[in-house]
Design a protein around this ligand. Sequence first.
Ligand code: NAP
Length: 481
Amino acid sequence: MTRASLPDHTPTGLLIGGRWTDAEGELPVQDPATLETLAVVGDASVDEALTAVAAAAEAFPAWAARPARERAEILRSAFDLMTAEIEDCARLIVLENGKAWNDAMAEARYAADFLRWFSEEAVRIEGGFRDAPAGDKTIITDHRPVGVAYLITPWNFPAAMATRKLAPALAAGCTTVLKPAEATPLTALWIAEVLRRAGAPDGTVNVVTTSKPGPVSEAVLADPQVATLSFTGSTPVGKQLLAQTAQRVLTASMELGGNAPFLVLEGADVEAAVAGAMVAKMRNGGAACTAANRFYVHASVADAFTDRFRTALSKLRVGPGIDRTNDLGAMVSLEERDKIAGLLDTAAAQGAEVAACTTAPEAGAFIAPHLVTGVEHGSVLTRNEVFGPVAPIVVFEEQDEAIRMANDTDAGLIAYVYGPDPGTGIAVARQLESGMVGIDRGLISDAAAPFGGMKESGIGRAGGFHGIHEFLETRYLGVGL
Ligand code: NAP
């Protein structure tokens, strides 16, 4: 695959101050389905990243002062453009991330939705005006954009994680420097170009692709012109970045790793639970922070659930996402595939029954969907975020025990519950230590809903009414009227 076969409007340089520029270095981007080089993008140095920060800082006062309606209309135009060219976005996602075509289309639509949602939110930032309880003053509150926002995104949702940060930041009046994942920079570059074409002024959106995320991020976060960090990625890297933001007392929004439990309670509709499990587990080939990572199934429905789940998994076609008939694409890299295979080997060594449900191509970063039974809570697959098409099943007898096992983790991003009725599902959901719970649903991500985790899964909320506030500072004016 060559540069020529990428969709139109796919830049490969750095976006700094509204201009696409060549970087000092070069960074090849691989198609994990073919292991061929797709394109070569810029490999930014620390100095180039700091130039992007300077461009964002220069653009900030004018952008912050723009009427909210104008900011909204640029985001809305970007939504319209992205929607008109949605297949280009999906194609890029497939090519550099490896996921199946339908997953890529769903991600592209979800990503575009953040542009629309925050174009709507830009004009609805509320302030307050009230009497102080002591009657001595009036309390006025308003919200100001914090300034330059540094945005770091992972490879698993290269489009949605970019727009989930860019859209609220721009809606709030912040300017941005985006650092996408090294494995999947092309989608982010394409989105930045969408925003540029939609009228985002020079310097409001800057993108630096780099193979040196540590040094680049350390320098950017130390730059006094940077006001906030929004990070989505693994918990260890998030902790490292929090230590750096602490040095300058920066606000930081952290969307980190998950370890989602999927509970199937006594009396649950098994067919519905399997349908939900297929979505919660297999969307994105399991490479989602929201992916169901461990299944706790009541003994009374365990056999029926396991059999039907196996049957559903065995029907999946595994192969390159560019072939739209495939249901499960490639993992993002051979390293990621091998990491998953290693976890399966450990599970087998621990006594679990590991079974592939179908076959996967030998060449490329493919792995077949696996069902793992005889799993003990506390064993390797329940302790690690597998990030692949692997479904370990733990059988339980008592509901309280299932809740205890579900909560027995440092992560707290999302959980799923299938119960006999919604009331039971809600009652159990309220006992789960998790920022989000899907009740009788395997997919709840929505640009209009607050996305985020408890415990070590993060700080802050993306999307919904909350997302824009990650980029706003609340200001209080005490007035002696
Ligand atoms: P990762 O290794 O933490 O990387 C995430 C981003 O951080 C990438 O852009 C990466 O750049 C960058 N990075 C790596 N080391 C860094 C450092 N020392 N300083 C600054 N930036 C650094 O995570 P990943 O493997 O790409 O993504 C998978 C993880 O993301 C999973 O744990 C998943 O659960 C989590 N995730 C969470 C959410 C959520 O909303 N909670 C959503 C999606 C994914 P390079 O690519 O160059 O390494």
